[in-house]
Design a protein around this ligand. Sequence first.
Ligand SMILES: Cc1cc2nc3c(=O)[nH]c(=O)nc-3n(C[C@H](O)[C@H](O)[C@H](O)COP(=O)(O)OP(=O)(O)OC[C@H]3O[C@@H](n4cnc5c(N)ncnc54)[C@H](O)[C@@H]3O)c2cc1C
Length: 321
Amino acid sequence: MSVLIFLDHADGHVKKASLEALCYGSAIAGQMGIPAEAVLLGTVSEDLGALGKYGVSKVYQVAKEELNQLDAQVYTATLGEVARQAGAKLIVFSNNLSGKAVAPRLSARLKAALASGAVALPSLNGGFAVKKNVFSGKAFENISLNTDIKIISLNPNSYPISTRDAKAELVQLNISPVKGRIKQVSVTKAAGEVPLTEADIVVSGGRGLKGPENWGMIETLAKLLHAATACSRPVADAHWRPHNEHVGQTGIAIAPNLYIAIGISGAIQHLAGVNRSKVIVVINKDPEAPFFKAADYGIVGDAFEVVPKLIEAVKKLKGIS
Ligand SMILES: Cc1cc2nc3c(=O)[nH]c(=O)nc-3n(C[C@H](O)[C@H](O)[C@H](O)COP(=O)(O)OP(=O)(O)OC[C@H]3O[C@@H](n4cnc5c(N)ncnc54)[C@H](O)[C@@H]3O)c2cc1C
């Protein structure tokens, strides 16, 4: 019996969201008194044994090249087999794009109850109760998982990463993946330097910026902070920015440590995609802008005056002239 944690990876590295899932799954394994183990499909360039420092005793790998690209159908079948071989009682995903694609399919395959969007460790007293986000992060719900095998997907940025001094055993599994029904023909990566869903810091602009020609200062600030750029929906609809930057109810939902909203009113549909951010900073010239109600820090001012000053301050802090 074990808790099995799925490791999502890109460009040869395990994603940060999966490190959070590792620590979360390891903590649950401690609660259940069973080992925490991880599984990686495909190949990465890092030492998988080193993941022991996040609490897992074993890392299973199915090191097949064809698994380096996510195919939800193939991943589901392969993970089902790994879960069977590992005797997994609980399977933990990050609730990122891969987790959202694979966890529900695996739940159907294993007839396992699924809690998607968990935000805290489960309570094991008299059942298996999981606290999760609902209504685009506007409310919490407690649900109990009542099947023998359970699946939880953890919201990114909901559980801290901690390390200890330990190594994990690496176990190669010889599982032949099923043949996929789709074939990746080509990939065109988004232009941003930091992927939006992985970013710790996001600098986001709205219609208050007046036009695409004014995004230079947003990009400069983002670059200085090693942040990703995002935008409100009307900005993407007007083609000021690409649609893959649109955050909100109908765009991407993100949960960075810091979300800086510039010239965005804070409509409920926008907040639905960003209100899980740890710290929200709002820059808006209208003191009545609804976004200020959701902000941790607010600057009432003209973005065209505030942002250049912010850029100068960050440069000074970093010793850049
Ligand atoms: C079904 C549905 C789904 C939707 N989904 C989404 C979604 O996923 N994401 C999303 O973002 N929206 C979504 N919307 C749209 C949403 O309701 C808002 O219309 C939108 O978020 C507003 O974008 P905005 O804040 O950039 O623009 P505006 O509402 O025009 O706000 C601009 C803000 O900039 C401020 N401003 C103006 N000039 C300056 C300046 N010089 N300096 C500083 N501040 C300034 C203004 O005070 C204002 O607060 C959806 C709407 C519907 C009906």
